[in-house]
Design a protein around this ligand. Structure first.
Ligand SMILES: Nc1nc2c(ncn2[C@@H]2O[C@H](COP(=O)(O)OP(=O)(O)O)[C@@H](O)[C@H]2O)c(=O)[nH]1
Ligand SMILES: [Mg+2]
Length: 285
């Protein structure tokens, strides 16, 4: 039986730890259990119960204070992640071997981990060997996405992770509750992939015509190949959270086995099926 994992990634402060604790609380209401592993060696604060915490293996402060290493914060963090990659047996011990387990991995925010360093890729391959189906969840702060050139940088970051990890990936705009009504309206076009090619750099004067042309060309390219789309995440919106979770679950086929276990529902019209109920029955039975 497979196990399921979300690799929660994104720049520092994009809301990864908050996403994890929000999801843990949200699924409790659905009668599901999701557990969280903290993989950020520099984490200071999060409010979910951890099943494993990388800081018990190695702490970034210790690495920085070590006289023989003398790393700065970035180098220290990369060192910690490489140390993890060399000590996967620690992770295996902490994860246990429970079937059907669903685990969120709260990852660090250093973008180089997702662009050119091999550590996260090694983690994914290791998890897959342990029979995890892994979905990448890439978070970007919606407040940094309101203008098209900023949006492009978010898209590029998400694409880097997709290309380097080669797993299904759901991209999310976080902190939607903090947007002003005007920004909310503005950001709608960034949530609709069909609109990318219509995008224009609206912030006049400073940037050159060439820059605007480049922005449009990149948006058109992303649009042509349907490469990236974002889902909104507002921690106050239960329905929106359900949609995000459905996308992720679908990408790792979570719940497929549970539906098959209900033969009495098979004759009914698909539209009459109460998937929520089937799902809950399946989980609790
Ligand atoms: N209003 C609001 N604040 C958020 C949301 N998500 C995160 N934050 C805040 O953003 C800051 C960074 O969040 P955190 O989860 O620690 O980010 P991480 O570094 O990616 O783990 C914290 O002060 C959070 O309270 C959200 O959806 N809404
Ligand atoms: Mg965090």
């Amino acid at each position: 039986m497979p196990r399921y994992a979300q690799l929660v990634m994104g720049p520092a402060g994009s809301g990864k730890s908050t996403y994890c604790s929000t999801i843990v609380q949200h699924v409790q209401a659905l009668n599901r259990t999701v557990r969280v592993v903290n993989l950020d060696p520099a984490a200071e604060h999060f409010n979910y119960p951890v099943m494993a915490d990388i800081r018990e293996l190695i702490q970034v402060d210790d690495v920085m204070e070590d006289d023989s290493l003398r790393f700065g914060p970035n180098g220290g963090l990369v060192f910690c992640m490489e140390y993890l990659a060399n000590n996967f047996d620690w992770l295996e011990e902490n994860l246990g071997h429970e079937e059907d387990d669903y685990i969120l991995f709260d990852c660090p925010g250093q973008i180089e981990l997702y662009t050119h360093l091999p550590v996260m890729r090694q983690l994914v391959e290791q998890l897959q060997q342990w029979e995890f189906r892994v979905c990448g969840v890439f978070l970007v702060d919606s407040q940094f996405m309101v203008e098209s050139f900023k949006f492009i940088s978010g898209v590029m970051a998400a694409l880097s992770a997709m290309v380097s990890l080669e797993i299904p990936q759901i991209n999310i705009m976080t902190k939607m509750d903090l947007l002003s009504p005007q920004d909310k309206k503005e950001i709608e076009k960034y949530l609709d992939p069909d609109m990318y090619c219509m995008m224009e750099d609206s912030s006049d004067s400073i940037r050159s015509k060439k820059f605007k042309k480049l922005t449009q060309a990149i948006c058109g390219l992303i649009d042509d190949y349907s490469m990236v789309r974002f889902l909104p995440f507002d921690r106050t919106d239960e329905e929106g959270m359900n949609i995000v979770l459905q996308h992720i679950d679908f990408s790792i086929q979570y719940g497929e086995d549970l539906e098959v276990k209900e033969p009495k529902e098979v004759d009914e019209e698909p539209s009459n099926l109460n998937y929520d109920q089937i799902f809950q029955d399946g989980v609790t039975s």
